[in-house]
Design a protein. Structure first.
Length: 312
């Protein structure tokens, strides 16, 4: 059941990724201090700059919040929010978000405003609701996890962002150029729902964000509310067909394309016939993982601060 924060005065432990998104971290800190000092709310900012270990900073914030009975807040994009959620999972502490990224899928799905001052006000008078996360092996994901083509797209996108800056236009062109390259096909043995099958695909995409899935036109988006994750595979295809899939995704019609296979699941086990290690992207961060991979939905795993009302 939701619980109101209006009468609570728990201190806020804010993890600020100074390298995240397009926001000015100094301005963000100033806004945080202004709003929370005016409200008389105790808070501590843990800033992670370029080259610092964000995961270690998040773990330190969680440890101090646990000792003080506080609330942990992530200030950054989806990758930053993921890192803080990873440190927070299983602690029972309340989680807040100050969106600072480019896409902000997690915060948008749950009605958290992109404006920093408005998001801070939500931390003061919102309500707490349990939300679902996904997990692959020991890694949490809030928005999506993937292997194959999509991690390659993300790596190329980051390279373009380093050269041209962060924007949705840069992300689009990086994705377009990635699709025009040759891609290695994956042969995966997938088991879920008591059935086992072999899949040949260029990518496996697992979604945990209703907003993103609805934008793509994936009908399994509605299954997330029932404690499931949405899976998407693309049958091997040529470059022109890949471009057509990109167009269909932009139009919100990816789910009914001939080369796309959609399904939903609570747990899924995956092995690769040729690879013991495989690149996996979780909320935009790419890392090598050992196979087999175990995907699972974790309903009600995080206690998130959201706007008051019947829906988040």
């Amino acid at each position: 059941m939701p619980s109101s924060l209006a009468s609570q005065k728990a201190p806020l432990f804010i993890v600020l990724n100074a390298a995240s998104g397009i926001s000015d971290s100094a301005q963000t800190r100033q806004t945080i201090a202004s709003v929370l000092n005016r409200a008389g709310r105790a808070h501590h900012v843990f800033e992670a700059g370029a080259g610092q270990n964000l995961a270690a900073v998040a773990q330190r914030a969680v440890a101090q919040a646990r000792a003080a009975g506080g609330i942990v807040v992530a200030a950054g994009g989806d990758g930053t929010i993921n890192t803080v959620a990873q440190a927070l999972l299983g602690s029972g502490l309340t989680f807040g978000v100050l969106p600072q990224g480019t896409f902000n899928y997690f915060s948008r799905e749950h009605g958290i405003p992109a404006d920093t001052e408005a998001a801070l006000q939500l931390l003061l008078d919102g309500e707490v609701r349990p939300v679902q996360v996904g997990r692959v092996n020991d890694r949490v994901f809030l928005v999506n996890a993937s292997l194959g083509l999509y991690p390659a797209l993300l790596e190329n996108r980051e390279e373009w962002k380093r050269q041209l800056g962060r924007s949705r236009l840069v992300a689009f062109w990086a994705g377009l150029l990635t699709l025009l390259r040759e891609h290695r096909r994956l042969t995966l043995d997938i088991e879920h729902g008591g059935a086992r099958r072999t899949v040949r695909t260029v990518t496996l995409f697992v979604g945990n964000n209703r907003l993103q899935l609805e934008q793509l036109g994936v009908p399994e988006a509605s299954d997330l509310a029932r404690g499931r994750l949405a899976g998407i595979t693309l049958r091997p295809t040529g470059k022109l067909a890949m471009l057509w899939l990109l167009v269909r995704g932009a139009l919100g019609r990816l789910g009914d394309a001939d080369r796309v296979v959609n399904f939903s699941f609570r747990t899924l086990n995956l092995t690769s016939r040729r690879r013991r290690h495989i690149k996996v992207a979780t909320d935009g961060e790419v890392a090598w993982m050992n196979t087999p991979l175990h995907f699972e939905a974790l309903p009600n795993a995080l206690n998130l601060i959201v706007p008051r009302g019947p829906t988040a």
